[in-house]
Design a protein around this ligand. Structure first.
Ligand code: FAD
Ligand code: EPU
Length: 358
């Protein structure tokens, strides 16, 4: 650890710091182990106006080129029990805590709510950014407040739950990616809560584990972990960033017309009574992309929503494949796909399906 509270290096490869495992160079990389060092580091004249990437484990970014300016990683990883009431507890976790470690820390202390979010890769600091969600739960439901360093004022600021503007794969922070550096997240977690096992496949997985009757929260976490390990490629084996596209949210009338034309299309509740969420995975699979491969850039064989790096794909090649998939789905179904990961060093755009591979 350096006395300054951070370690700064020039021209560093990020290949080992993104789950697509593509090569890209950070112009400057700062590993910050003491968030109190942020005012000094970001107040340096050279740092005031450079572009900024805050990087956790890099499991939701596509590096389509080198990253200019400053890439900053927060490494402090403390978990603190702030309040321990009869019905709920308030827990603070540093941005650098691993998300899955945190889920299991809470379950180990009899706190519930996060079990359906077990095994999502990444850090606690990134969880509020896109309000991570899985199996019928979103992290935002349990986030009481977020501590963030504001790059304009060079001070820490607290955001209450309502200020965070959580939505489906969305938050205030996602919309202002260079403004806030999240240093700590506080969770209000219940000590009793009915388990949620209604998402497709969860009940069957519990039954396959031999669990009859009401499962414990830890058993639900285990079932979700088993399901995820089967459905999604492991980034340690095959580079990927989970779902590459968000499930599109469309007006009810659009969803009804698509469902009439394609009765197999899975349609879910949207974010209002007037909207519906469509399965992007289904649209991409029907369009013939599942398992498709162009050089080392491809679509996972087990899940059409996941782009994969079979070895030496570049970020630019993956971005181009994503554009061709989106262009093809738009032509066939009239539905616009929007990427979920943050894209750096390139711009996403739907491409004509006939566009030649990169
Ligand atoms: P990074 O990828 O490093 O960063 C993601 C974004 O958050 C970037 O914009 C970055 O700048 C910003 N960011 C990160 N940390 C901070 C911080 N401290 N302050 C400010 N900004 C910050 N996501 C889901 O929601 N549900 C899933 O089920 C799911 N499954 C996945 C499965 C696999 C196999 C993979 C590879 C990914 C999956 N993801 C899923 C996506 C990913 O795990 C989450 O988005 C996760 O929160 C990213 O964490 P990270 O630390 O890797 O963030
Ligand atoms: N489907 C297909 N073909 C596929 C994949 C899915 O037809 O190749 C259809 C099936 O009908 C399936 C349905 O889509 O039943 C839903 O599939 P799944 O349960 O895998 O969910 P998803 O909508 O594809 C979302 C999240 C995941 C999250 C799961 C579980 C988004 C963009 N993705 O995927 O999150 O883990 O639900 O809740 O919302 C991520 O964000 O990176 C991620 C992995």
């Amino acid at each position: 650890m350096s006395p300054a509270g951070y370690r700064l290096a020039e021209g560093v490869s990020l290949a080992g710091r993104n789950s697509f495992r593509v090569e890209a160079q950070a112009e400057w990389l700062a590993d910050v182990h003491d968030p109190h060092a942020l005012p000094a580091l970001l107040g340096e004249p050279w740092a005031l106006s450079v572009s900024l990437l805050v990087l956790g484990e890099g499991s939701n970014v596509l590096l389509a080129g080198d990253v200019p300016g400053l890439t900053l990683c927060l490494t402090r990883a403390r978990i603190t029990l702030l309040e321990d009431g009869p019905e709920t507890a308030l827990v603070a976790a540093d941005a650098g805590v691993g998300w899955n470690d945190f889920v299991h820390w809470t379950l180990g202390r009899g706190l519930c709510g996060l079990e359906n979010l077990a095994l999502i890769p990444g850090t606690v600091g990134a969880a509020p950014i896109q309000n991570i969600g899985a199996y019928g739960t979103e992290a935002g439901e349990f986030i009481a407040s977020v501590q963030a360093f504001d790059r304009d004022t060079l001070r820490l600021r607290s955001f209450e739950h309502e200020d965070c503007r959580f939505g489906y794969r969305d938050s205030l922070f996602k919309r202002e990616p260079e403004q806030y550096i999240l240093t700590e997240v506080r969770f209000r977690l219940p000590k009793k809560r009915a388990v949620k096992t209604d998402y497709a496949g969860v009940g069957e997985e519990l039954a396959a584990m031999g669990i009859t009757g009401t499962p414990t929260h830890r058993q639900v976490a285990e079932a979700i972990g088993r399901l995820r390990s089967r459905k999604l490629p492991n980034p340690a084996v095959l580079g990927n960033a989970g779902s590459f596209f968000k499930n599109p949210i469309v007006d009810v009338a659009v969803a009804d017309a698509l469902k009439a034309a394609h009765p197999g299309l899975p349609v879910f509740a949207g974010d209002s009574p007037l909207s519906r969420k469509l399965s992007a995975g289904w649209l991409i699979e029907q369009d013939g992309w599942k398992g498709h491969r162009e050089g080392d850039a491809g679509v996972a064989a087990q899940h059409a929503l996941v782009l994969v790096n079979h070895g030496r794909a570049t970020g630019a090649e993956l971005l181009r494949l994503a554009g061709r998939i989106a262009g093809s789905v738009a032509t066939r179904f009239g539905v616009a796909l929007e990427p979920e990961p943050r894209i750096l060093g390139g711009h996403f755009q739907p491409l004509a399906p006939s566009t030649s591979p990169a």
